[in-house]
Design a binder for this molecule. Structure first.
Ligand code: PLP
Length: 428
């Protein structure tokens, strides 16, 4: 099949008729498949079931420092959980605060604290006329929701395979003091799957910002989520903490992470790692909010993952389940859409998503067509602030949840919808 761009009107019309007939057949199949959210599959969740046996009524429920994990206390986490989360966040245990079950809550709380109290003595951001945040796009919809809910203005910044467009970021932060920070998913980014280059990390750490209390929210949600256990096939990212210290901006970053996609989403352990000054500030504010978090869960995780020493082996088993799904998605996209020349997509080495770029002005139509045919995708526009993708071209594909056979069926539908929407657009 030639590229759509090289086909005559008559050829395109014939192709559209065939694609429409195929689509009708697919609708008649009555499918009900979901590729909307980055949830681990049932098989992945089973990998962590033995963790539930780590603590039973006969287990020693004291942390190594003697803390009774059944009782109140310990605001910043038991020592063994700090070591586990330090491995995950690529930091030292003394810089880590172990939190509750979700890093998203930690990010929301951090933002609210800055709005209410300022950052290390600066004026509370909520008292300023305007607070602005940089949002690399395509990005994670829930980050954008936090900003929107808190009245923070968002500026999208384009991403390429190395990370955010740093020329643009540097230009914006240098001239606008209302820009207080940036969202970063530095490794296997959501949704592009790319990992920030060393140069991008160094420039983020060193750039001149008009706001002296500028913060990088470093959401390393996919820090250890490789598809291959072979180090040569894994991405690595420079440590933002070291880069910020070296650049003379030691307080510029907050690192976030959790075990959500390592053990159980919603029942994992989250943490933040930061400079000593930031850690002290967070603990001071947090002491009014909480007595401590779930230490039994911290203990369970620390023991199950052997304080992080078993992380690589555990994640290799996740990778074995994820790799065939991503292979399938990329292979099917290539087979179905490669020759038509109407789309591009990412081919990540880890994480949870493939980012798909269709022809301009078709993403909403594709998602709508897929829905009618029983395949739920992430909403078009979700990867942009305010749900507004100006090109209406980006779609996040989340292949983790469905079993392989279902994924294959879902990709049939998706590719058919892409072709139909593209042809309709060209012929309109
Ligand atoms: N950050 C990113 C980039 C994510 O993709 C996700 C989940 O999809 C989260 C955070 C949510 O993490 P948690 O479960 O720790 O709140």
């Amino acid at each position: 099949m030639p590229r759509y761009a090289d086909m005559s009107k008559a050829e395109l019309e014939t192709e559209l008729a065939a694609v429409r007939a195929l689509y009708d057949e697919m609708v008649a199949r009555g499918l009900s498949l979901n590729m909307a959210r980055g949830k681990p599959s049932a098989a992945q969740l089973e990998l962590s079931l033995p963790m539930l046996d780590v603590l039973d009524a006969t287990a020693d429920l004291a942390a190594e420092d003697g803390t009774d994990c059944r009782n109140y206390g310990v605001l910043d986490g038991i020592p063994e959980a700090k070591r586990l989360m330090a491995r995950l966040l690529d930091d030292e245990p003394e810089n880590v605060i172990v939190l509750g079950n979700a890093s998203l809550t930690a990010m929301y709380d951090a933002m609210v604290r800055y709005l209410l109290f300022g950052a290390l003595g600066s004026e509370p951001w909520g008292q300023l006329g305007e607070v602005t945040w940089l949002c690399p796009v395509p990005g994670y919809d829930r980050h954008f929701t936090i900003c929107e809910a808190l009245g923070i203005r968002m500026i999208p910044v384009p991403m390429d395979e190395h990370g955010p467009d740093m020329d643009e970021v540097e230009r914006l932060v240098a001239e606008d003091a209302s820009i207080k920070g940036i969202w970063c998913v530095p490794k296997y980014s959501n949704p592009t799957g790319i990992t920030y280059s060393d140069d991008v990390v160094r420039r983020l750490a060193a750039m001149d910002t008009a706001a002296p209390d500028f913060r990088i929210f470093w959401d390393n949600a996919y820090a250890v989520h490789h598809f291959s256990a072979d180090a040569a096939e894994q991405d690595t990212v420079l440590d933002i903490a070291i880069a910020c210290r070296e650049a003379g901006n030691p307080d510029r970053y907050l690192k976030f992470g959790s075990t959500s996609k390592i053990t159980f989403p919603g029942a994992g352990v989250a943490a933040v790692a930061a400079s000593p000054a930031n850690v002290a500030e967070i603990k001071r504010h947090m002491s009014a909010q909480a007595i401590g978090h779930d230490k039994l869960n911290q203990l369970r995780h620390a023991r199950f993952l052997d304080e992080g020493r078993k992380l690589a082996a555990h994640m290799a088993r996740h990778g074995e389940l994820m790799a065939p799904k991503f292979d399938l998605v990329c292979r099917r996209l290539g087979e179905e859409l490669g020759e038509a020349g109407i789309a591009t997509w990412t081919n990540p080495r880890g994480g949870y998503f493939v980012s798909f770029e269709g022809p301009e002005g078709t993403a909403r139509r594709i998602v709508e067509l897929a829905k009618e045919a029983g395949v739920t995708m992430t909403g078009a526009g979700a990867t942009w602030p305010y749900g507004d993708d100006p090109a209406d071209s980006n779609i996040r594909i989340a292949p983790s949840l469905p079993p392989l056979e279902e994924l294959d069926a879902a990709m049939d539908v998706f590719c058919c919808c892409v072709k139909r929407a593209a042809l309709e657009k060209i012929l309109a």
